[in-house]
Write a protein that binds this ligand. Structure first.
Ligand code: PLP
Length: 277
């Protein structure tokens, strides 16, 4: 048996029983792009293809034992973090990332800050937000919030002076504050913005790069998970950040163009290029 040349991505995310989002979406994407996914489930959700009803965080001792077993066994090239479910899990995952960062070949860390479900259900309370900001953001190589998530992560950092009132902070303000909080790079996705095209904005040491893409009709379940996992896989395969992000956007768009509706609610990205003909 030969050892693998596939990059290994450790996915840390919630389980969505519909198979549209969460850890199933991450594993499908990574497999489709030629990577191997190890997975730690942070939370079990109750949801259908329209919205999420509730979730239960997974017990921290179990997550810890799973992490230790994987860490002893695999060379991890990237860590992709999605739904965390509780502040305790966020702090615990920050500890895992710190442990892995001491390795000779430290993995690339991608955080998709899943703060709400596609149908609008809230997935993060104030304690979890605080834990993400304090413990995870300073360790992140690439953060992939949508615009509402970027605003929520930076809300308390904004100077709400008299004439600003309750105005929402701009994309650039969010990015500046998230860079100051310690993220090395940020991809703010534009699906929730009001622009005609979807414009994704990549921020990092060399400034801002705007990446426009067509706005597709339909409401999709799992598009953010697909995009973040695809970037993680391309980065773990050795692509530059800009190249990885461009290719991941292209893969996600193809998955969305071929989306189907296996349930009765939102459409699911089809993350299997063999079915795209
Ligand atoms: N992770 C889990 C477990 C979820 O249930 C959801 C949405 O419901 C997400 C992530 C985020 O999905 P999306 O990629 O649609 O933002």
């Amino acid at each position: 048996m030969k050892s693998t040349t596939r990059p290994t991505i450790l996915v840390i995310a919630g389980h969505d029983p519909t198979g549209g989002a969460g850890i199933a979406a991450d594993i499908e994407t990574i497999n489709a792009l030629g990577g191997h996914a190890c997975s730690l489930v942070t939370a079990l959700t109750v949801q259908d293809s329209s919205n999420l009803q509730s979730f239960e965080p997974v017990e921290s001792g179990l997550i810890s034992r799973q992490f230790q077993a994987i860490q002893r066994d695999f060379q991890i090239d990237a860590v992709k973090i999605g739904m965390l479910g509780s502040a305790e899990t966020a702090r615990q995952v920050a500890g895992f990332v710190q442990t892995l960062s001491r390795q000779v070949d430290a993995p690339i860390v991608i955080l998709d800050p899943v703060l709400s479900a596609g149908g609008g259900a809230d997935l993060a309370n104030d304690n979890l937000l605080e834990a993400i900001k304090t413990h995870l953001l300073p360790q992140v190589d690439l953060l992939t919030p949508n615009l509402p998530e970027a605003r929520r992560l930076t809300d308390d950092l904004t100077d709400k002076s008299a004439d600003q009132g309750s105005a929402q902070q701009s994309i650039d303000d969010c990015a500046r504050q998230l860079l100051q909080a310690g993220c090395k790079n940020i991809l703010i996705t534009g699906t929730h913005d009001t622009t005609e095209n979807v414009v994704n904005h990549l921020f990092g040491a060399s400034g801002r790069l705007d990446l426009p893409a067509p706005r597709l009709d339909g409401v999709f379940h799992g598009s953010g998970c697909t995009l973040a996992s695809a970037v993680a896989c391309y980065l773990a395969s050795g692509h530059s950040l800009t190249n990885a992000v461009k290719q991941a956007i292209s893969f996600t768009l193809d998955s969305l163009r071929h989306a189907d509706q296996p349930g009765s609610g939102q459409a699911f990205p089809l993350r299997n290029p063999a079915s795209w003909s």
